[in-house]
Write a protein of this length. Structure first.
Lengths: 129, 227
């Protein structure tokens, strides 16, 4: 019973950690996916949930507010297209400003963060030895 | 599939009721939701998607345009208040005139002090409570039902939740209860003096006054090309 409680607590902790990581990386993930091609919301969500980010808990409640925020900031631009469908579909396309932001996020911030974490782990390994 | 369509239609109908803003904007947001749910239904994922979205009210918060905290210009807000509270202002002025006519000490308080003492005169006993009922209850219900009041409508302002959806009637009323404090009601506006754009009760009710005109301008450009 105690073990089950501990496991439940660890799962909740992991889930919280994933939510925090998602919050921090969702913008970069969305802009990265959109940098290859324009996408509509459901397609974007499926891609994000189905790839390496499956472990990150990205949901509609994260994705759409983020898309609308990026839209307001001019980092993505929406277009409505019917393409023979009954209902038009809203596509999101990255703008030049969005690409610049992605480069800044990816190259400067993310790569820097990954490097810093690697250095920290290496340093801790050294200390342990 | 027919069942799925019905589920989506029912869900979208309730969803749209929680949105505020111009009809075209609400229609586009509903279309985006319906598109998302239809794609999920085609994938056999409708139930899971609806579970993640939660009730239509939560979905409305997900798809609504988030308001910018400093959205509503202060000048227009004050003008809207003056229009909305005309009965209160009228009663206050009438009480001032009455006190002058009767040769009493000048008495002016805005908003006036609420009193149920008949000795204070008919204006105080009937006029003030009626004006306060208008300012708190009637305007609060209007904000909950229509998202705006006559003054705000004229000034092209709207009240929304922090998520950008329609506010509840209860919150519409509660965000106005400071008027019961009479002239001390202005305490509620103290944050504005410190360059904040929301009153204390607006913080407590998680509501925001936004520029309805501005939201139309921001939401429309990218859509216009397809309209």
């Amino acid at each position: 019973m105690e073990n089950e409680t501990t496991t439940g607590s660890e799962t909740a902790d992991l889930s919280r950690l994933r939510r925090e990581l998602t919050r921090g990386t969702a913008e970069m993930a969305v802009l990265s996916v959109l940098s290859s091609s324009r996408r509509y919301g459901y397609e974007l969500l499926k891609l994000l949930r189905g790839t390496g980010l499956k472990m990150l808990e990205i949901k509609e409640g994260t994705l759409y507010p983020l898309l609308h925020r990026l839209e307001t900031a001019g980092l993505v631009v929406p277009t409505w297209e019917a393409e023979g469908r009954i209902r038009p579909r809203k596509y999101y396309e990255i703008t030049d400003q969005g690409r610049r932001r992605l480069l800044l996020l990816l190259r400067a911030e993310w790569d820097g963060l990954v490097e810093a974490m690697k250095e920290l782990r290496a340093m801790l390994d050294e200390v342990r030895k | 599939m027919r069942d799925d369509e019905q589920i989506i239609e029912d869900y979208a109908r309730v969803f749209e009721r929680h949105l505020v803003g111009p009809a075209k904007d609400k229609e586009r947001r509903t279309q985006e939701l319906v598109g998302h749910l239809s794609d999920a239904a085609q994938d056999g994922e409708l139930a899971g998607t609806l579970k993640r979205l939660g009730p239509p009210e939560s979905a409305a918060a997900t798809f609504a345009k988030k308001p910018t905290p400093d959205y509503a210009p202060l000048g227009r807000r004050i003008t809207a208040i003056l229009i909305d509270h005309l009965p209160l202002i009228g009663v206050s002025v009438a009480m001032l005139v009455q006190s002058i006519q009767r040769g009493h000490d000048y008495y002016f308080a805005l908003p006036p002090r609420l009193s149920f003492d008949q000795g204070d005169g008919l204006l105080h006993f009937v006029g003030v409570p009626l004006a306060i009922v208008w300012s708190i209850v009637v305007l609060g219900i209007m904000e909950g039902v229509r998202g705006t009041t006559p003054g705000k409508m004229l000034m092209k302002l709207r009240v929304v939740t922090e998520s950008g959806t329609k506010i509840h009637v209860g919150d519409g009323i509660f965000r106005r209860v400071c008027l019961l404090l009479g002239p001390f009601a202005w305490i509620d506006w103290l944050p504005i003096a410190f360059n904040e754009r929301r009153r204390i009760l607006e913080h407590l009710t998680h509501t925001v006054v936004i520029d309805a005109d501005g939201s139309r301008q921001q939401a429309a450009p990218s859509l216009k090309r397809r309209d």
